[in-house]
Design a protein around this ligand. Structure first.
Ligand code: ATR
Length: 272
């Protein structure tokens, strides 16, 4: 039987992870099967245990289970500890290892696919939930000139910034008036509701890049706002999805697949 992998979530039926990992398996000549695994919202542990008992080798974890997966893992990578969330579980010799490849996925998409070096850049990260927390440490490692967090509820952004030891400044959206940033990343869930975080006009520096971690058919309100502000480089989160998967594949198999080739394929499907 080929090695078994799955993405666990709720809902999970529309996940593109099976397609991505099957493409990676073909690229690298690895024999594996990858499927979706729907867990009841109160049944993450039971579902993961059952998968593991059946010989499953690893899981990707998506909403709403990244926090539970963090507690489920017996051993954690440094980046999973920093994120306090796990999106990749590896089952090996009876041990449950938890990792988080979301931040690496974002950074790889920005630096490789979008060819945007982050060192010396003024980065603005919107949101202070799990999605933002997961990418802070990997962004800091790129040595930006500054990392600023903005959140509707500023207390949440400030307490998140404090947990990273003062290397970050944090506040509300009003505090952004009159300031400019080179890279603005939307890690809020606003796009899901068709909403736009309350950004002031003029917040994008000349040559800025706008990145929305969400993706789907059509432009998100954040990317539409950025386009309207004259931003030339716009990106949705499809590249991050592919690159976090590539990093998970590496964690499981020790082989690095070519994310860019698979991203191109997905873009064609997205635009079809
Ligand atoms: P996730 O784990 O996906 O980050 P979350 O923990 O629920 O989800 O966090 C959602 C984030 O999106 C929060 O930062 C939230 O802002 P608040 O902390 O002020 O609630 C932000 N968010 C959601 N809708 C928003 C909107 N319409 N405008 C601005 N920020 C929004």
């Amino acid at each position: 039987m080929p090695d078994q992998y799955a993405v666990i979530g709720n809902p999970v039926a529309h996940s593109r992870s099976p397609l991505i990992h099957e493409a990676f398996a073909r690229q690298t000549g690895v024999d594996l099967e990858y499927r979706t695994l729907l867990a009841p919202t109160d049944g993450f542990t039971a579902t993961a245990n059952e998968f593991r008992a059946g010989g499953g080798r690893g899981l990707n974890v998506t909403l709403p289970f990244k926090g539970e997966a963090f507690r489920y893992a017996a051993f954690l990578s440094e980046r999973a500890s920093a994120a306090q969330a796990v999106n990749t579980l590896k089952f090996e010799r009876g041990v449950i290892f938890g990792d988080n490849t979301d931040g690496a996925g974002l950074v790889n998409d920005l630096t490789k696919n979008l060819v945007r070096a982050l060192s010396g850049q003024r980065i603005l990260l919107l949101g202070a939930g799990g999605a933002a927390r997961g990418v802070i440490d990997p962004l800091l490692q790129q040595q930006p000139l500054q990392l600023t967090l903005a959140n509707r509820t500023p207390d949440k952004a400030q307490s998140l910034a404090r947990s990273f030891g003062g290397a970050i400044e944090a506040g509300d959206y009003d505090a952004l008036a009159g300031r400019q940033f080179d890279v603005i990343i939307n890690a809020t869930s606003a796009s899901l509701a068709g909403k736009l975080p309350p950004l002031p006009p003029g917040v994008f520096a000349p040559g800025a890049l706008a990145y929305d971690m969400m993706y789907g058919k059509g432009e998100t309100p954040f990317l539409a706002f950025a386009r309207n502000e004259g931003v030339a480089q716009l990106a949705d989160g499809l590249g991050m999805l592919v690159e976090q998967a590539a990093e998970s594949f590496f964690v499981w198999r020790g082989l690095r697949p070519d994310g860019a080739a698979v991203l191109k394929q997905l873009r064609q499907m997205q635009n079809a």
